[in-house]
Design a protein around this ligand. Structure first.
Ligand code: SAM
Length: 326
């Protein structure tokens, strides 16, 4: 069937596909085509910034959607070939059986607890499918192997990770203080081969996967360190960007970040805040910590990253650090 389409090199294919998906421009009824070194992505409309052409595409057979199968829209999260259903879902077993009818889902888990503890993990049980909790998840052109029972991971930060990566320059020195299995630092290391990334995590399982993911994505400029970010920070200085993605207790680690950042460097600080005071309370605490360090902070950007719980939001504040000692 003939359709409008966008031609991109295979190398840039995944990034472009994600951008087009965000713009809801991909014609999902048609199969993306490979033509020599190019991908032809069928689209439903013209999109600013892209050259449009026309080509023929194979029509995909339409699977019944999960909501068509169930008669309602189920809430679940898909990470690689594993789906996770919320622990409070009364129809979990029925949803699990329907999800398994989707080719890509091999296992359905149910969360048994909320995300908790220092390592930000949750207990899960296997509802249906293969008895496994390990999967490979693709995001922003990278692959991450991870075990959903042993490490933290959410696919809901994909856009946020790209946004941070877009602020880095080749040659920068970056510290990802709470790196998990590496979705911020590996993306950055891959995108900027001349940058140097130090990725820290305290959870030995997260570090095992972080090392595996460095290999999987063939990045040569990421240095993995296992341990408490406070201890590891002591040996690091002159950093251009620090990512602090520990939203519930990042404030307690600000002094370590201030010790590592170079004059003029940028900190990307995540927190959870109430809708009545999204940014000001957190900014005050950051300023208080900065004052003790005799530094000034200059907010560059503040934004809501995603809803977190009723009335609560995961937010990010990017700020520049300027020394007052000079
Ligand atoms: C919210 S998760 C973020 C992981 C990763 N940035 C991501 O986006 O998937 C926080 C991570 O910080 C790690 N962590 C918690 N306390 C830590 C500490 N004191 N030092 C280093 N890592 C820590 C946890 O093990 C967990 O992997």
């Amino acid at each position: 069937m003939e359709s409008l389409c966008i031609r991109v090199s295979r190398k840039a294919g995944e990034e472009t596909r994600m951008k087009l998906a965000e713009l809801r421009a991909i014609n999902k009824n048609l199969k993306i085509r490979i033509e020599k070194e190019d991908l032809l992505i069928p689209v439903t409309k013209e999109i600013e910034g892209y050259e449009i052409e026309k080509s023929n595409f194979e029509v995909l057979e339409k699977e019944p959607s999960i909501s068509e199968l169930l008669g309602f829209v189920p809430a679940y999260e898909q990470i690689g070939d594993i789906a996770i259903i919320d622990r409070h879902e009364p129809e979990a077993q029925r949803i699990a059986e329907s999800l398994l009818r989707r080719n890509r889902i091999k296992t359905v888990l149910q969360a048994e607890t909320s995300i908790m503890g220092e390592y930000r993990t949750r207990e899960v049980s296997i509802l249906a499918g293969e008895r496994k909790t390990e999967t490979i998840y693709r995001e922003n052109g990278c692959r991450y192997m991870l075990d959903l029972a042993k490490v933290y991971f959410t696919p809901r930060l994909a856009t946020e990770r790209r946004r941070i990566a877009d602020q880095i320059k080749d040659g920068d020195r970056i510290v990802d203080m709470f790196a998990g299995v590496g979705p911020f630092c590996i993306l950055i290391a891959k995108k900027f081969p001349a940058a140097h990334v130090i990725a820290i995590d305290k959870n030995p399982d997260a570090v095992r996967y972080l090392n595996e993911n460095v290999r999987l994505n063939k990045v040569k400029n990421a240095e993995v360190r296992e341990g408490d970010a406070r201890d590891i920070a002591k040996g690091i200085s002159e950093v251009d960007h620090i990512i602090m993605n520990l939203p519930h207790s990042g404030i307690e680690f600000l002094d370590s970040a201030f010790g590592m950042i170079k004059n003029g460097g940028v900190i990307h600080f995540y927190a959870i805040s109430h809708e009545d005071d999204l940014f000001e309370g957190i900014l005050e605490k950051i300023k208080e910590a900065a004052c003790l360090f005799r530094i000034q902070i200059i907010p560059l950007d503040k934004r809501v990253v995603r809803p977190y719980a009723p009335f609560q939001y995961n937010i990010c504040i990017d700020f520049r650090v300027v020394s007052l000692m000079a």
